[in-house]
Design a protein around this ligand. Structure first.
Ligand code: PLP
Length: 390
């Protein structure tokens, strides 16, 4: 039986439940909620005989379950669950060695830029950072280029690279295409099906969905990459803890409902913001005039619930942050609660100002992660925050 995405958020298809589950300990006593296996280690039935689990740094049943669910949602051959999105990206960077070169989007999650600029560079990996939705990437490929790293849409400027087109270039030159799919979640976009080799998620965001836990995922359909990553997670040890794995399992159960509802709210808010005098620009890929609108329609099943807008002045942006009541002024995204972020001093504070401005992040740029509250309440809050005079 093959399931649709909504069902895959809750159930594994039979073929993904290996015989070992039936023959060994259990069907978990019929438990509908997958148990939390809070154990560090596992007793062996005999010498040369294993339950399939040896030590929880290598694997844990609860972690394995969330990995299987995410793997099935993204259509990979394997998924690894890590303690945060940055732990996932750090592990991934261990695939590369000194002298390697990677082409990456210029506008990326701030933590990813910090990792590339300060840690990966120190380890001898070189980067060309460009707007991958605009540049001709082929001209940037060098002898030592090993991968292309994109985030469609990017954080926070919502540039949408054409995954299929970039994948063609990557295939032609035998490069790995890595896609950070956090903003879309597997519910709206599946990069592996479009030609990517590796998908990254900050599971902290839409997969968890409740602003209550950190997690990260790497999904791949490349056998060689899969084997290397399994060795690396066992060796470096940032696998997701059993309880956090369970929280993500629980979060994913409502992924489809949350994605639909928060998108609906985002579309309403984007259209409302467009009509506000104090708002000079609304950047949301669901709007027809967004430069990535046609591409996202082609490669995704939705536009998501992340939107960026610009006010006329920095003072206005700061006053909105100070005056929102229902909407919380906080980092992060993809949860049930609506959050507003100030990229210049929060998520992208470590990026040199010159590069920030070049990417379009000004002191008047605000980012909204729209949650699942009633859209009218959210608009009423924005209205009082935008319109109130000093
Ligand atoms: C948050 C985020 C990350 C990092 O994930 P953490 O779970 O915070 O470590 C990476 N990429 C994107 C697009 C993100 O939004």
């Amino acid at each position: 039986m093959s399931f649709t995405l909504e069902t895959k958020c809750l159930h594994l298809e039979k073929k993904q439940n290996p015989a070992k589950d039936d023959s060994h300990c259990c069907n978990h006593y019929g438990s509908i909620s997958f148990p939390i296996y809070q154990t560090a280690t596992y007793a062996h039935p005999g010498v040369g005989n294993s339950t399939g689990f040896d030590y929880s740094r290598l694997q844990n049943p609860t972690r394995e379950q969330v990995e299987k669910i995410v793997c099935s949602l993204e259509g990979g051959i394997d998924a690894l669950a890590l303690s945060s999105g940055m732990a996932a990206i750090s592990l991934l960077m261990e695939l590369f060695k000194p002298g390697d070169h990677i082409i990456a989007d210029s506008d990326l999650y701030g933590g990813t830029i910090r990792l590339f600029d300060n840690v990966s560079s120190k380890n001898g990996i070189a980067f060309s950072r460009v707007n991958c939705s605009q540049e001709n990437l082929e001209t940037l490929i060098q002898k030592n280029t090993k991968a292309i790293y994109i985030e469609p849409p990017t954080n926070p400027m919502m540039n949408v690279a054409d995954i299929k087109e970039v994948a063609k270039i990557a295939k032609r030159h035998r490069l790995l295409l890595i896609v950070d799919n956090t903003f879309m979640s597997p519910y709206f976009q599946n990069p592996l099906a479009l030609g990517a080799d590796i998908v990254i998620h900050s599971g902290t965001k839409f997969l968890s969905g409740h602003n209550d836990t950190l997690a990260g995922f790497i999904v791949t359909n490349n056998q060689d990459v899969q084997q290397k990553l399994r060795f690396l997670i066992k060796t470096t040890g940032a696998g997701l803890a059993p309880f956090d794995s369970w929280l993500i399992l629980r979060g994913i159960k409502t992924l489809a409902l949350r994605m639909e509802r928060s998108q609906q709210n985002a579309i309403k808010i984007a259209n409302w913001l467009l009509k506000q005098e104090d708002v000079v620009k609304v950047i949301y890929p669901g709007l027809a005039d967004h430069p990535g609108h046609e591409i996202i329609k082609k490669q995704a099943r939705g536009f998501g619930s992340m939107l960026t807008f610009q006010t006329a002045t920095a003072e206005k942006a700061i006053s909105i942050l100070n005056r929102v009541r229902l909407i919380q002024y906080a980092e992060s995204l993809g949860g049930t609660e609506t959050l507003i972020t100030y990229p210049a001093t929060q998520t992208h504070a470590d990026i040199p100002e010159e590069i920030r401005l070049k990417n379009g992040i000004t002191p008047a740029t605000l980012r909204l992660s729209v949650g699942i509250e009633n859209a009218d309440d959210l608009i009423a809050d924005l209205e009082q925050a935008i319109k109130r005079e000093e």
